[in-house]
Design a protein around this ligand. Structure first.
Ligand SMILES: [Zn+2]
Length: 255
Protein backbone atom coordinates (compact mmCIF):
# COMPACT_ATOMS: atom_id res chain seq x y z
CA UNK A 1 0.00 0.00 0.00
CA UNK A 2 2.99 2.25 0.43
CA UNK A 3 3.34 5.65 2.04
CA UNK A 4 1.85 9.12 1.66
CA UNK A 5 4.32 11.99 2.10
CA UNK A 6 3.17 15.37 3.40
CA UNK A 7 5.48 18.32 2.69
CA UNK A 8 5.30 21.60 4.63
CA UNK A 9 7.58 24.52 5.53
CA UNK A 10 9.12 24.80 9.00
CA UNK A 11 11.41 27.38 10.66
CA UNK A 12 12.71 29.97 8.20
CA UNK A 13 13.88 27.69 5.38
CA UNK A 14 13.53 24.06 6.46
CA UNK A 15 11.11 21.55 5.03
CA UNK A 16 9.09 19.31 7.31
CA UNK A 17 8.00 15.89 6.08
CA UNK A 18 5.45 13.45 7.44
CA UNK A 19 5.58 9.92 6.08
CA UNK A 20 2.39 7.92 6.60
CA UNK A 21 2.39 4.13 6.20
CA UNK A 22 -1.05 3.54 4.73
CA UNK A 23 -1.35 -0.11 5.79
CA UNK A 24 -0.77 0.47 9.50
CA UNK A 25 -1.30 4.20 10.03
CA UNK A 26 2.15 4.64 11.52
CA UNK A 27 3.43 8.14 10.79
CA UNK A 28 6.99 9.42 10.97
CA UNK A 29 8.29 12.95 11.00
CA UNK A 30 11.52 13.17 9.05
CA UNK A 31 13.66 15.21 11.45
CA UNK A 32 12.13 17.49 14.07
CA UNK A 33 12.68 21.08 12.94
CA UNK A 34 9.73 22.71 14.74
CA UNK A 35 6.86 21.25 16.78
CA UNK A 36 4.11 23.69 15.70
CA UNK A 37 4.13 23.05 11.93
CA UNK A 38 4.53 19.29 12.50
CA UNK A 39 1.53 19.25 14.85
CA UNK A 40 -0.52 21.34 12.39
CA UNK A 41 0.32 18.98 9.53
CA UNK A 42 -0.69 15.97 11.64
CA UNK A 43 -4.02 17.58 12.53
CA UNK A 44 -4.70 18.59 8.91
CA UNK A 45 -4.16 14.98 7.78
CA UNK A 46 -5.79 13.33 10.78
CA UNK A 47 -2.60 11.36 11.51
CA UNK A 48 -0.92 10.56 14.85
CA UNK A 49 2.84 10.76 15.19
CA UNK A 50 4.40 7.37 16.03
CA UNK A 51 8.00 7.82 14.86
CA UNK A 52 10.68 10.44 14.29
CA UNK A 53 13.54 9.66 11.89
CA UNK A 54 16.53 11.89 12.57
CA UNK A 55 19.24 12.49 9.93
CA UNK A 56 21.84 14.53 11.82
CA UNK A 57 22.48 16.52 14.97
CA UNK A 58 22.04 20.13 13.78
CA UNK A 59 19.61 22.11 15.91
CA UNK A 60 17.24 22.88 13.02
CA UNK A 61 16.71 19.11 12.59
CA UNK A 62 16.44 17.99 16.24
CA UNK A 63 15.09 20.88 18.29
CA UNK A 64 11.51 19.60 18.48
CA UNK A 65 12.38 16.03 19.54
CA UNK A 66 11.66 16.57 23.29
CA UNK A 67 8.34 18.35 22.65
CA UNK A 68 7.12 15.77 20.11
CA UNK A 69 8.23 12.86 22.25
CA UNK A 70 6.45 14.29 25.27
CA UNK A 71 3.26 14.92 23.32
CA UNK A 72 3.06 11.74 21.22
CA UNK A 73 5.43 9.23 22.86
CA UNK A 74 6.97 8.75 19.42
CA UNK A 75 9.86 6.33 18.84
CA UNK A 76 12.97 8.29 17.84
CA UNK A 77 15.31 6.68 15.30
CA UNK A 78 18.66 8.33 14.60
CA UNK A 79 22.28 8.01 13.55
CA UNK A 80 24.38 5.73 15.75
CA UNK A 81 27.46 7.83 14.94
CA UNK A 82 25.82 10.92 16.46
CA UNK A 83 24.16 9.27 19.46
CA UNK A 84 26.36 11.33 21.80
CA UNK A 85 25.13 14.57 20.20
CA UNK A 86 21.36 13.89 20.06
CA UNK A 87 19.26 13.41 23.18
CA UNK A 88 16.30 11.04 23.35
CA UNK A 89 17.22 8.58 20.57
CA UNK A 90 15.48 5.20 21.07
CA UNK A 91 16.79 3.24 18.07
CA UNK A 92 20.26 3.71 16.56
CA UNK A 93 20.91 2.97 12.90
CA UNK A 94 23.72 3.33 10.37
CA UNK A 95 24.48 2.76 6.72
CA UNK A 96 23.58 -0.67 5.36
CA UNK A 97 20.85 -1.21 7.94
CA UNK A 98 17.10 -0.92 7.55
CA UNK A 99 14.33 0.52 9.70
CA UNK A 100 10.60 -0.23 9.45
CA UNK A 101 7.70 2.17 9.54
CA UNK A 102 4.78 -0.23 9.79
CA UNK A 103 4.95 -2.28 6.59
CA UNK A 104 7.37 0.08 4.84
CA UNK A 105 11.11 -0.61 4.91
CA UNK A 106 13.65 2.19 4.75
CA UNK A 107 17.26 1.52 3.80
CA UNK A 108 19.74 3.70 5.69
CA UNK A 109 22.75 5.24 3.93
CA UNK A 110 25.77 6.90 5.51
CA UNK A 111 26.31 10.34 3.97
CA UNK A 112 29.20 11.89 5.92
CA UNK A 113 30.43 15.41 5.17
CA UNK A 114 27.79 17.93 6.23
CA UNK A 115 28.10 16.21 9.61
CA UNK A 116 30.24 13.12 10.18
CA UNK A 117 27.35 10.86 11.15
CA UNK A 118 24.71 12.17 8.73
CA UNK A 119 22.36 9.45 7.46
CA UNK A 120 19.53 9.39 4.91
CA UNK A 121 16.44 7.19 4.63
CA UNK A 122 15.34 5.50 1.41
CA UNK A 123 11.88 3.97 1.00
CA UNK A 124 13.02 1.25 -1.38
CA UNK A 125 9.63 0.12 -2.70
CA UNK A 126 8.01 3.55 -2.93
CA UNK A 127 11.14 5.25 -4.28
CA UNK A 128 11.25 8.13 -1.80
CA UNK A 129 14.62 9.39 -0.55
CA UNK A 130 14.79 11.67 2.50
CA UNK A 131 18.18 13.27 2.05
CA UNK A 132 18.10 16.15 4.59
CA UNK A 133 21.32 18.19 4.21
CA UNK A 134 23.34 15.51 2.37
CA UNK A 135 21.82 16.04 -1.08
CA UNK A 136 19.89 19.11 -2.23
CA UNK A 137 18.36 19.81 -5.61
CA UNK A 138 21.41 20.93 -7.66
CA UNK A 139 23.66 20.92 -4.58
CA UNK A 140 24.89 19.28 -1.40
CA UNK A 141 25.13 20.52 2.18
CA UNK A 142 28.06 22.51 3.42
CA UNK A 143 30.99 20.32 4.47
CA UNK A 144 31.05 21.26 8.16
CA UNK A 145 32.64 18.12 9.62
CA UNK A 146 33.77 15.70 6.96
CA UNK A 147 36.35 15.45 4.21
CA UNK A 148 35.74 15.41 0.44
CA UNK A 149 36.56 11.72 -0.18
CA UNK A 150 33.92 10.15 2.09
CA UNK A 151 31.42 12.92 1.23
CA UNK A 152 31.82 12.18 -2.48
CA UNK A 153 31.51 8.44 -1.80
CA UNK A 154 28.27 9.06 0.10
CA UNK A 155 26.56 11.06 -2.65
CA UNK A 156 27.91 8.67 -5.29
CA UNK A 157 26.11 5.82 -3.52
CA UNK A 158 22.88 7.82 -3.63
CA UNK A 159 23.47 8.39 -7.34
CA UNK A 160 23.13 4.61 -7.82
CA UNK A 161 19.45 4.78 -6.83
CA UNK A 162 16.85 4.67 -9.63
CA UNK A 163 16.22 7.78 -11.76
CA UNK A 164 12.53 7.82 -10.74
CA UNK A 165 13.47 8.26 -7.07
CA UNK A 166 11.77 11.31 -5.55
CA UNK A 167 14.16 13.24 -3.32
CA UNK A 168 12.97 15.23 -0.29
CA UNK A 169 15.78 17.40 1.09
CA UNK A 170 16.05 19.57 4.18
CA UNK A 171 15.99 23.07 2.71
CA UNK A 172 14.75 25.18 -0.20
CA UNK A 173 18.16 26.17 -1.59
CA UNK A 174 17.51 25.20 -5.20
CA UNK A 175 17.46 28.66 -6.80
CA UNK A 176 20.84 29.68 -5.36
CA UNK A 177 22.24 26.22 -6.12
CA UNK A 178 21.11 26.65 -9.73
CA UNK A 179 22.98 29.96 -10.05
CA UNK A 180 26.20 28.38 -8.83
CA UNK A 181 25.74 25.23 -10.94
CA UNK A 182 25.29 27.32 -14.11
CA UNK A 183 28.53 29.18 -13.30
CA UNK A 184 30.59 25.97 -13.34
CA UNK A 185 28.67 23.93 -15.94
CA UNK A 186 27.12 26.56 -18.25
CA UNK A 187 26.65 24.38 -21.35
CA UNK A 188 24.72 21.61 -19.56
CA UNK A 189 21.28 21.40 -21.24
CA UNK A 190 19.71 19.37 -18.40
CA UNK A 191 20.91 22.00 -15.93
CA UNK A 192 19.63 24.89 -18.05
CA UNK A 193 16.24 23.18 -18.25
CA UNK A 194 16.07 22.52 -14.50
CA UNK A 195 17.19 26.09 -13.71
CA UNK A 196 14.38 27.50 -15.87
CA UNK A 197 11.88 25.19 -14.19
CA UNK A 198 13.14 26.27 -10.75
CA UNK A 199 12.77 29.96 -11.64
CA UNK A 200 9.18 29.35 -12.77
CA UNK A 201 8.32 27.36 -9.63
CA UNK A 202 9.77 29.97 -7.28
CA UNK A 203 8.09 32.85 -9.12
CA UNK A 204 4.81 30.98 -8.65
CA UNK A 205 5.62 30.63 -4.93
CA UNK A 206 5.87 26.86 -5.23
CA UNK A 207 8.47 24.49 -3.73
CA UNK A 208 11.10 22.85 -5.93
CA UNK A 209 10.82 19.75 -3.72
CA UNK A 210 10.54 16.83 -4.20
CA UNK A 211 12.78 16.47 -7.21
CA UNK A 212 13.55 13.51 -9.46
CA UNK A 213 16.96 11.98 -8.83
CA UNK A 214 17.45 11.20 -12.53
CA UNK A 215 17.19 14.89 -13.44
CA UNK A 216 19.59 15.81 -10.64
CA UNK A 217 22.13 13.20 -11.80
CA UNK A 218 22.31 15.07 -15.09
CA UNK A 219 22.28 18.60 -13.65
CA UNK A 220 23.82 18.68 -10.14
CA UNK A 221 27.56 19.44 -10.42
CA UNK A 222 28.24 17.61 -7.16
CA UNK A 223 26.82 14.41 -8.69
CA UNK A 224 28.99 15.02 -11.77
CA UNK A 225 32.37 15.32 -10.02
CA UNK A 226 33.64 12.38 -12.11
CA UNK A 227 32.55 14.02 -15.38
CA UNK A 228 35.54 15.33 -17.39
CA UNK A 229 33.63 18.58 -18.04
CA UNK A 230 33.67 19.50 -14.33
CA UNK A 231 37.29 18.38 -13.94
CA UNK A 232 38.25 20.57 -16.91
CA UNK A 233 36.42 23.57 -15.43
CA UNK A 234 38.73 23.41 -12.41
CA UNK A 235 41.86 22.48 -14.40
CA UNK A 236 41.84 19.07 -12.72
CA UNK A 237 41.64 16.77 -15.76
CA UNK A 238 42.73 13.24 -14.82
CA UNK A 239 42.45 13.93 -11.08
CA UNK A 240 40.62 11.84 -8.49
CA UNK A 241 36.91 12.81 -8.65
CA UNK A 242 37.10 13.47 -4.90
CA UNK A 243 39.52 16.33 -5.67
CA UNK A 244 37.07 17.72 -8.22
CA UNK A 245 34.24 17.33 -5.68
CA UNK A 246 36.38 19.26 -3.16
CA UNK A 247 36.96 22.04 -5.69
CA UNK A 248 33.24 22.32 -6.45
CA UNK A 249 32.39 22.40 -2.73
CA UNK A 250 35.03 25.08 -2.09
CA UNK A 251 33.78 27.06 -5.09
CA UNK A 252 30.23 27.03 -3.76
CA UNK A 253 31.39 28.14 -0.30
CA UNK A 254 32.75 31.38 -1.71
CA UNK A 255 30.24 31.89 -4.57
ZN1 LIG B 1 22.43 20.53 8.84
Amino acid sequence: MGVIVDVFPARSDNYGYLVHDVATGRTASIDAPEAGPIRDALIARGWTLTDIFITHHHIDHVEAIPALKAEFGARVVGPRAEADKIADLDVLVGGGETIELGETTFAVYDTPGHTLGHIVFHDVVGGHLFSADALFSLGVGRMFEGTPGPMWAGVKALRELPDETLVYCGHEYTASNAKFALSVDPDNKALQQRAAEVTALREAGRPTIPFRLGEDKAANPFLRADDPILAAHYGLGGSDPAAVFAAIRKGKDTF
